[in-house]
Ligand binder design. Structure first.
Ligand code: FES
Length: 325
């Protein structure tokens, strides 16, 4: 059993329990979001003891040098002392510009901010000092003068309904980040690219796609979008326009149920998405693959892509961890 010390409290951690869960169990009010090492909302500073490597995975050099760690990923083998960090030092402010529904459940949120990022990365958005959620960026830093997010609104969630119903243009929001390694690099502009997403996985794919096209990628690009039903798709007009402008881009819309109305420059197919990918790309040797969406989708298609010959180093993923909206 190991111990965590926090302010005046000394807490014995249960077997396999994280520092965050131990602190929460003891009634200490801690900030957290995903509990999966993604959103960085649970950062604390280690003042005594050595954090396990897993607790600093994904942090930048400055955060590591400051002794920060992710309390949700820390299961220490020895006693450790931590303290709260001033979360505001990790945040940048933004101003809400615009909200628009993209389909029944997905809200487009645009904000103005000085935050530097790469297309395809994600940020953590804070509602208050203890409540945060991560969202991927759909905007492209060189061509958009705003940050764009596609928010799946979960009716009984804590943050997404607040964004949908209470946050207005002109309000200020605190952002933290950017984070994530799922972005385009212009090292092989002739390489075939396969980009696949379900749901709001389109957000990072949209940013990555705009980045690849703006950097002059001329190899074939296939974007495969999956949804349970036709009303789960969005931004199809914008994607059709891009396909119209770029002859190397093909957009595939795949669902086992009903499909959106036919439109030029979009290939709509009634099929199982995994079977469809298997059929169209029996070999992915030499491809760069981007996968964005729910954990189960990314895991399955990552394995399938690898088995089809894609190099693991050429598969980038943005995995959405459910955090309750
Ligand atoms: S990274 Fe710890 S709660 Fe998200």
């Amino acid at each position: 059993m190991s111990q965590v010390q926090f302010e005046d409290a000394v807490i014995d951690l249960n077997e396999g329990e994280s520092v965050l869960d131990g602190l929460l169990r003891s009634g200490i009010d801690m900030a957290f979001g995903c509990k999966s090492g993604v959103c960085q909302s649970c950062l604390v500073e280690v003042t005594e003891g050595v954090p396990p490597a897993a607790a600093q995975k994904g942090l930048n050099d400055a955060q590591t040098a400051l002794g920060y760690m992710l309390s949700c990923q820390c299961r220490p083998e020895q006693a450790i002392r931590v303290k709260r960090i001033d979360a505001s030092t990790q945040m940048v402010s933004s101003e809400v510009l615009d909200k628009q529904w993209l389909n029944e459940n997905v809200l487009r949120l645009r904000v103005r901010s000085e935050l530097n990022y790469r297309a395809g990365q994600y940020i953590t958005l804070w509602r208050n000092e203890t409540l945060a959620r991560s969202y991927s960026l759909a905007s492209h830093p060189e061509s958009d003068d705003f940050l764009e997010f596609h928010i799946k609104v979960i009716p009984d969630g804590q943050l997404s309904p607040w964004l949908a119903n209470e946050v207005m243009a002109g309000n200020r929001l605190s952002l933290q980040g950017p984070m994530g390694q799922c972005f385009y690099t212009a090292t092989s502009p002739d390489q075939p690219l396969l980009m696949a997403a379900i749901g709001t996985g389109l957000a990072p794919i949209y940013g990555i796609l705009k980045d690849a096209l703006s950097q002059g990628h001329y190899g074939p690009i296939d974007v495969v979008l999956g949804a349970r039903e036709s009303n789960g798709f969005y931004l199809l007009d914008e994607l059709a326009d891009l396909a119209h402008q770029h002859s190397n881009l093909t957009i595939h819309v795949v669902s086992q149920a009903d499909l959106p109305e036919d439109q030029d420059n979009i290939q709509s197919v009634q099929a199982d998405l995994y079977d469809y990918c298997n059929e169209l790309w029996p070999s992915l040797k030499g491809y760069r693959v981007f996968l964005c969406g729910a954990d189960s989708f990314v895991k399955k298609l990552r394995k399938q892509s690898f088995l089809a010959g894609a190099d693991m180093g050429d598969i980038s993923a943005d995995v959405f961890i459910p955090a309750g909206g």
